[in-house]
Design a protein around this ligand. Structure first.
Ligand code: C2E
Ligand code: MG
Ligand code: MG
Length: 610
């Protein structure tokens, strides 16, 4: 305190204190000194170290109680001691288990101190948290070893004693506590040894498989960490069944598993093993009464003569796994040198995306829907494009998945909605037909707590007719908590906005969703349209989907129409709307305006084509 006390300049002293808090390694929370009982002390400040430690941003915790950090493993004793100390306005120092935002428990050393104003009233609490998980784990291991040592003492055989302790120490040091598989340390050691052997010459061939479950986070968030842990144990067992005794199977952490396979003939054989693993993982699993079907992405990296550094081999396998995820998951991709360039390009896009919105580099294109009955334009689908300053016009697949990963899709999606609503009004004024606007909405956007509120505000702000707006949602939305999705759908529809199920038929359990959720339109995926002409089975699937939708009172549209023949068949099946290059690809607003039939000056209101 002394060096600060001699600073007379209040501003400077304030800045110094602020800098200390902002740059501290310990997480610091400041809460208002209200009684602890409901609604509890409210957080008024959290420093960046708090965000790093817990995963919660400042905005997410402002106004909330620090109790949000507690969970089942926090127990009742530590929180009760804290409450008692706070009620007596006494500082307290205690160790307890808190939870990060992603649900992971961790140990902290917590000290809470009341702050009094000059008049002597307590106004705030300052809590400082330091993570001590590693220390606690070491203590627990030591305690376990002590117990083993004591048990062995009873046997009074010193040798057995030492052997057991050593075995336990080795087990703890080289195994994963949850699945019992080898851990990262052991895996990397083995990989290093393999690399040395492969350089010693001979026809030694080996490979690394990097396995990562698809959307494991979704399962954890929806069904809880206990089910998540059980799933990891089950998956570990399934992988184990497919690897040979001399292969090294490890869990690196989270949902990431690696296999080091020696003695493999060629990449074909490696690929075949990966296919077996994918298949085994995909088999349904029943946990806590819930039937789950998970898929995994696998990256395969063959160890070649040029492979020198274990970390590089693992990184290459990881890059291949990432490529498998980008292709939709559930598959194995073999490492290729070009993946470095692709990963760098993705990183570049990630960095540029944030600025692109500010610099107004995005543009909404529109693709018309055609009414199969009247042959008129019934509406438009908004499809985003990025006018990239150096790479030209970029299609959504080059940046939407990245924006979804970084969370920027929330802001970007709202921007598309606002722009499309504004443009839609311009189109409507320039058309004699009543037009409906479809906007794609990512499942990440629907997870935002205020999505429906923002949508409602946006409708009022732009003057868009809610009944003329349709949100296109894909099946990925249902991977999250189905209960809350149902509520969000109801809220969206209560505004008058419609919901379309985009890319219908590409997922695996769509029929169940149709029964459960209020959906207005099914949009048949273009893959079906493409196949329909060559494959009678696909054609009858399409016909059945359309009949099913009609039975459920939904309308049906189809995308990717490129031939007259396709329209003819779809019309005969009863499909209401079609969209595709046959009519027009996505085009700029100006071109759309030129395409629309001008309003009849004698009839000011737009004619509906329904
Ligand atoms: P989608 O919503 O299923 O859109 C259909 C895609 O098929 C569009 O690609 C469209 O240009 C293309 N397409 C249309 N007619 C034909 C055809 O006759 N033949 C073929 N081969 N393709 C056709 P685009 O514009 O590249 O968009 C791709 C995807 O990106 C969209 O699929 C949608 O899922 C996503 N997307 C586009 N804009 C947005 C957006 O604003 N927000 C979000 N979240 N996703 C968007
Ligand atoms: Mg769409
Ligand atoms: Mg689609």
């Amino acid at each position: 305190m002394a060096p600060i006390a001699i600073i007379n300049d209040l501003d400077q002293s304030h800045r110094l204190f602020e800098s200390v808090v902002v740059h501290a390694n310990d997480a610091i929370l400041i809460t208002e000194a209200e009684p602890l009982d409901s609604p509890g002390p409210r957080i008024v400040y959290a420093n960046p170290a708090f965000t790093r430690m817990t995963g919660y941003s400042l905005e997410e915790v402002l106004g909330r109680s620090p109790r949000l950090l507690q969970g089942p493993l926090s127990g009742s004793e530590a929180p009760a001691l804290i409450r008692a100390a706070l009620q007596a306005w006494k500082p307290i120092e205690i160790e307890l288990i808190n939870y990060r935002k992603d649900g992971e428990p961790f140990w902290v050393q917590l000290s809470i101190t009341p702050v009094a104003s000059e008049s002597g009233w307590y106004t705030h609490w300052i809590s400082v948290q330091r993570e001590i998980t590693e220390r606690k784990e070491r203590e627990e291991t030591a305690a376990r070893l002590r117990v083993i040592a004591l048990q062995n003492e009873a046997l009074s055989t010193e040798i057995a004693d030492r052997k057991l302790i050593q075995a336990e120490m080795t087990r703890v040091a080289f195994h994963d506590g949850l699945t019992g598989l080898r851990n990262r340390v052991y895996f990397m050691d083995s990989l290093r040894t393999t690399l040395i052997q492969s350089h010693a010459g001979g026809r030694y061939r080996a490979c690394v498989l990097y396995i990562d479950l698809d959307d494991f986070k979704g399962i954890n968030d929806t069904l809880g960490h206990r089910v998540g842990d059980l799933l990891l144990i089950e998956i570990a067992q399934r992988i184990k069944r497919w690897v040979r005794d001399h292969d090294i199977l490890a869990r690196l952490g989270g949902d990431e598993f690696t296999v080091l396979m020696g003695d493999v003939e060629d990449t074909k054989q490696m690929h075949a093993i990966a296919q077996h693993l994918l298949h085994a993982i995909r088999e349904p699993v029943i946990l806590a009464g819930t039937k789950l079907r998970v898929t995994a992405s696998i990256g395969l990296c063959a160890i070649e003569e040029r492979s020198l550094v274990a970390e590089d081999v693992l990184r290459d396998a990881d890059l291949a796994m990432y490529a498998a995820k980008r292709r939709g998951g559930g598959q194995c991709v073999v490492y290729d040198e070009r993946m470095h360039a692709a990963a760098l390009a993705d990183l570049q896009i990630k960095l540029e995306l944030a600025k692109a919105l500010e610099q107004e580099e995005f543009e909404v294109f529109y693709q018309p829907f055609v009414d199969t009955k009247h042959g008129t334009i019934g509406g438009m689908e908004a499809l985003i494009r990025w006018n990239h300053p150096t790479r030209g016009l970029l299609a959504p697949h080059e940046f939407i998945p990245i924006a979804e990963g970084t969370g920027l899709i929330v802001e970007l999606g709202m921007w598309v909605l606002r722009q499309a609503c504004k443009d839609s009004l311009v189109m409507q004024q320039n058309s004699q037909w009543k037009l409906c606007l479809s906007v794609n909405v990512s499942s990440r956007q629907l997870e935002e707590p205020h999505f429906v509120l923002c949508l409602s505000a946006l409708l009022s702000e732009t003057g868009m007719d809610a009944n003329a707006l349709m949100l296109e949602i894909t099946e990925s939305v249902f991977l999250k908590d189905a209960g809350s999705v149902g509520e969000i759908f109801k809220d969206i529809r209560s505004l008058g906005v419609k919901i379309a199920f985009d890319d219908f038929g590409t997922g695996y359990s769509s029929l169940n969703y149709l029964r459960k959720f209020p959906i207005d339109t099914l949009k048949i995926d273009q893959a079906f349209v493409r196949e329909m002409g060559h494959d009678p089975v696909t054609a009858s699937i399409v016909e059945t989907i359309i009949k099913l939708a009609q039975t459920l009172g939904m309308s049906v549209s189809a995308e990717g129409i490129e031939t007259e023949e396709e329209v003819h068949v779809l019309r005969s099946y009863g499909c209401n709307r079609v969209q595709g290059y046959l009519y027009s690809g996505p085009i700029r607003l100006q071109e759309i305006l030129e395409m629309l039939p001008k309003p009849d000056p004698f009839h000011s209101t737009a004619r509906s084509t329904d």
